[in-house]
Ligand binder design. Structure first.
Ligand SMILES: *[C@@H]1O[C@H](CO)[C@@H](O)[C@H](O)[C@H]1NC(C)=O
Ligand SMILES: *[C@@H]1O[C@H](CO)[C@@H](O)[C@H](O)[C@H]1NC(C)=O
Ligand SMILES: *[C@@H]1O[C@H](CO)[C@@H](O)[C@H](O)[C@H]1NC(C)=O
Ligand SMILES: *[C@@H]1O[C@H](CO)[C@@H](O)[C@H](O)[C@H]1NC(C)=O
Ligand SMILES: *[C@@H]1O[C@H](CO)[C@@H](O)[C@H](O)[C@H]1NC(C)=O
Ligand SMILES: *[C@@H]1O[C@H](CO)[C@@H](O)[C@H](O)[C@H]1NC(C)=O
Ligand SMILES: *[C@@H]1O[C@H](CO)[C@@H](O)[C@H](O)[C@H]1NC(C)=O
Ligand SMILES: *[C@@H]1O[C@H](CO)[C@@H](O)[C@H](O)[C@H]1NC(C)=O
Ligand SMILES: *[C@@H]1O[C@H](CO)[C@@H](O)[C@H](O)[C@H]1NC(C)=O
Ligand SMILES: *[C@@H]1O[C@H](CO)[C@@H](O)[C@H](O)[C@H]1NC(C)=O
Length: 264
């Protein structure tokens, strides 16, 4: 029995390990102006407002690319870099917004989970896509299509390289070691500061950069047609189920398998 418990525990760790590294960015960087104008809404008046301690602020327009299910169009939270690198399954209840570069997939990327689903599973309320070296990010058309993928959060995108460069340089104002990257424990610890900022739009002490992403208009939300309980057949290779669901399913399989081994 002891051996059984031990191996179950190891399987758990294996399962978590697998979920941690496997994800992909459903977008590519481009400099092609025709592709950009076909995919990024350059006249979109959606905005990103940044606020940091003490009394720093910056605002610019961004393109609202994907409407998150249940989105109100206004998303506020701590603004942090998010990637599949060094990712744990830690979650936070402090609202945060994922700053996601579209330039590369990690070497361990897999088509199992998209980066936005992983962010949502960890408590993200929204995401901003940007490219470090190219003019813009183009979201994969099949991912953008609501019929194939659920969009867990509102996704916005920078409109040009100069715009993304200003945002990333303003971001360097805050302490990168402490507040640059997603860290669930530190976000939990900053709940009071972020909470106060939510109410006042002013960061009261040295902390995270705070972002507000506001949609100018609701872009076509084709989910409303038929995705009430996700009973639609999954024909895509990407993740429809949330990570949590997958995790529960895998754990159930592990338990069932182990039980069969022990009692079968
Ligand atoms: C876009 O142009 C920049 C600068 O020339 C280059 O570094 C980058 O790799 C290009 N991006 C793509 C996707 O080709
Ligand atoms: C682009 O954004 C503007 C303003 O936010 C909006 O009115 C327009 O419908 C958008 N165009 C597309 C093609 O989504
Ligand atoms: C978008 O639609 C949602 C749901 O219908 C609504 O609550 C929200 O106010 C809308 N946002 C904008 C910016 O129109
Ligand atoms: C995070 O991952 C990157 C890329 O794999 C690596 O270079 C870096 O050292 C890692 N950082 C930590 C803190 O593990
Ligand atoms: C990342 O991987 C996905 C899935 O394979 C692919 O569709 C996407 O174009 C890739 N993005 C980059 C930046 O390589
Ligand atoms: C950021 O915070 C760390 C830890 O408190 C500190 O050691 C470092 O000097 C700070 N960096 C800057 C640029 O203030
Ligand atoms: C953050 O707080 C939430 C709610 O209390 C908790 O569920 C979560 O595990 C915490 N995360 C970490 C990394 O401690
Ligand atoms: C956040 O603020 C609300 C009221 O604005 C309060 O009810 C809630 O307890 C606060 N939460 C934290 C973690 O401070
Ligand atoms: C999009 O449709 C879903 C499903 O009907 C709905 O829950 C959500 O509020 C809608 N979002 C917006 C922004 O209209
Ligand atoms: C969803 O699909 C079902 C069966 O395909 C259909 O009966 C129902 O009317 C659809 N609902 C909407 C809102 O289109």
């Amino acid at each position: 029995m002891r051996i059984f418990m031990f191996s179950l525990c190891q399987l758990f760790i294996l399962v978590i390990g697998n979920l941690v590294v496997n994800a992909y960015i459903p977008a590519v960087p481009t400099n092609d102006s025709a592709k950009i104008s076909a995919s990024v809404n350059l006249s979109d008046l959606s905005t990103i407002q940044l606020a940091w301690y003490p009394q720093g602020s910056y605002e610019t327009t961004v393109s609202h690319q994907l409407v998150g299910s249940g989105s109100s169009g206004v998303n506020k939270g701590a603004f942090v870099h998010f990637s599949e690198n060094n990712l744990t399954t830690d979650t936070t209840t402090t609202p945060w917004i994922a700053l996601v570069a579209c330039d590369f997939n990690t070497s361990t990327s897999s088509p199992e989970n998209d980066i936005f689903t992983l962010a949502r599973a960890r408590g993200a309320v929204s995401a901003l896509l940007y490219s470090e070296w190219s003019e813009a990010c183009i979201i994969n058309p099949e991912y953008a299509n609501h019929k194939d993928f659920d969009h867990p959060i509102d996704v916005f995108s920078t409109k040009s390289l100069p715009s993304s460069r200003i945002i990333t340089s303003e971001f360097l104002t805050i302490n990168q070691t402490l507040f640059g990257d997603f860290n669930a424990e530190r976000l939990n610890g900053s709940a009071n500061v972020i909470n106060e900022t939510l109410a006042t739009n002013v960061v009261p002490s040295s902390s995270y950069m705070f972002a507000t992403l506001t949609a100018a208009a609701n872009i076509t939300n084709s989910t409303s047609t038929n995705t009430s309980t996700g009973s639609t057949p999954s024909r895509s290779s990407g993740s429809k189920a949330s990570m949590k669901t997958e995790f529960v399913l895998i754990v159930l399989q592990v338990i069932t398998g182990a039980t069969v081994v022990v009692f079968g």
